[in-house]
Design a protein around this ligand. Structure first.
Ligand SMILES: *Cc1c(COP(=O)(O)O)cnc(C)c1O
Length: 459
């Protein structure tokens, strides 16, 4: 049995018994007939479910080094499952008093990690919704101004600006995929921009925008900064002086403390099941924008309800319970807990990048800034169309290997990402490169194997 499943099997029965004591402590009643499912039927359905789930790629395994996907930690799964038996709704304190408190505790930990002194924040059901809230507040504060983000920013920023009716400005990126501050300066000079979205870990390349240097621009121009750290946010833990991140990335992460808002997805690097994003504002007074009157939801409490500072209404209290339990076991520390995991994922990317750089036939697209590695092969020549075909072919071959499949992802990149790659002949509009997200600590020991397999497939 796999270790992760064994952990759940060994612990969950005891916890269910303990949980059941609370449930059976209430005045006795019987489950209604209409809700009953014959055991044989339930088993049939669950068996079919398990069969159907077998069409997934092995996200749990280090041989899956493709997209941003991995299962939650067992502690998160168990906490979620147990809390879900009650199904608290963190919209209102009465909907889930315990999990609402847990949400406040974890948001306070996240906000301390980023160095916000005061804050207002909450969990959300995703990074997209968390960013939507930050963009909406940006528009409320500067209704006549544009929201700027780089061409490498997550695609949902453009879409969400359409939803809230905000005008946008695209900022170019430099050869590392980071926001180009010369272009930003030029666009700030038009006085059109109210808020700049900076990404701490872009989804494609893992590039970290120079947040610290953008703060310098605030001495000349007046604008807000929202940080989209949905993917990379937990890397703030490694932004001390130990050289795990590059100096520029570390400085960018430390500078988040001086920004106006930040978004972080615990369902990416925080070991959580999907349904867990977060948004935090450094100025608690933005809570005034959320003001609304709802006749149904507030019963007994005079305290701030999470539903009063959130765009969404119902949200899983179980998600807060899962993150709370996870951070108890994996605290937000640099050398242990979550930091120890990130040290390994970061080292995995650094060592694979080194192997790739030492190989005549392979080229890195950019030096990895976090744990995402992008590269291509010159085995088929320097024509971009030939490079693309090779990427598709090797990607497929690795995935379809019967004995030992390996899973990478692909990324389509525009010529301006290759300004420093002189040898390419552009007979195609985009270059399809390999993209690998090394977000499991087991990847540190696995990258040698990934590398050798890629090389042998290229032969
Ligand atoms: C994943 C991601 C998002 C979107 O978050 P979801 O949780 O998928 O909605 C936004 N920005 C960045 C940088 C991301 O990596």
């Amino acid at each position: 049995m796999s270790e992760s499943i064994a952990m759940i099997r060994d612990m969950l029965p005891e916890m269910l018994l303990k949980f059941d004591k609370w449930q059976t402590g209430w005045h006795e009643f019987s489950i209604d007939e209409t809700l009953k499912v014959p055991e044989a039927k339930a088993k049939d359905v669950l068996n079919e479910l398990i069969d159907r789930l077998a069409d997934n790629y092995p996200f749990f395994h280090p041989s899956y080094a493709g997209q941003m996907l991995k299962p939650p930690h067992g502690i998160a799964s168990m906490a979620y499952f147990l809390a879900q038996q009650i199904n608290p709704n963190n919209h209102a304190l009465d909907g889930g008093p315990a999990t609402a408190k847990m949400e406040m505790e974890v948001v306070s930990q996240l906000s301390s990690m980023f160095g916000y002194e005061k804050y207002l924040g909450h969990l959300t059901s995703s990074g997209t919704i968390a960013n939507l809230e930050a963009l909406w507040v940006a528009r409320e504060l500067h209704p006549d101004k544009a929201i700027a983000f780089s061409t490498e920013a997550h695609y949902t920023h453009g879409r969400m600006c359409e939803v809230i009716g905000a005008s946008t400005e695209r900022i170019a990126t430099d050869a590392s995929g980071r926001m180009d501050l010369d272009d930003l300066r030029e666009k700030l000079e038009t006085s059109r921009i109210g808020t700049v979205v900076m990404t701490a870990g872009t989804t494609g390349l893992g590039a970290v925008d120079p947040i610290d240097l953008a703060l310098e621009l605030r001495k000349e121009f007046s604008f807000r900064i929202h940080v989209d750290a949905a993917y990379g946010g937990f890397y703030r833990l490694l932004a001390g002086e130990d050289g795990c991140l590059s100096k520029s990335s570390a400085a960018a992460f430390r500078a988040i403390a001086q920004t106006d808002s930040v978004v972080l997805d615990p369902h990416k690097h925080g070991l959580q099941p999907y349904g867990c994003g977060s948004v935090i504002f450094s100025d608690p007074s933005v809570g005034r924008f959320y003001k609304h009157d709802s006749p149904y939801t507030y019963f007994t409490s005079n305290e701030l309800h999470l539903g009063e500072i959130s765009l969404e209404c119902s949200r899983a209290g179980a998600a807060a319970a899962a993150l709370w339990a996870t951070l108890k076991c994996f605290p937000l520390e640099a050398g242990s807990g979550l930091g120890a995991i990130l040290h390994k994922t970061r080292r995995a990317a650094v060592s694979w990048a080194k192997l790739i750089s030492s190989e005549e036939r392979l080229r890195l697209v950019v030096d990895p800034q976090l744990d995402i590695v992008n590269f291509y092969s010159l085995t088929a020549g320097t024509n971009v169309s030939a490079i693309c075909s090779l990427t598709h072919q090797v990607f497929k071959e690795l995935m379809n290997d019967r004995d030992h499949p390996l899973y990478l992802a692909k990324i389509n990149l525009k010529p301006d990402m290759f300004r420093n790659h002189g040898e390419l002949i552009w007979d195609s509009e985009m270059l399809t490169a390999f993209r690998s997200v090394l977000m499991k600590p087991e990847h540190e020991d696995y990258v040698n194997r990934l590398h050798q397999r890629v090389l042998s497939t290229l032969e």
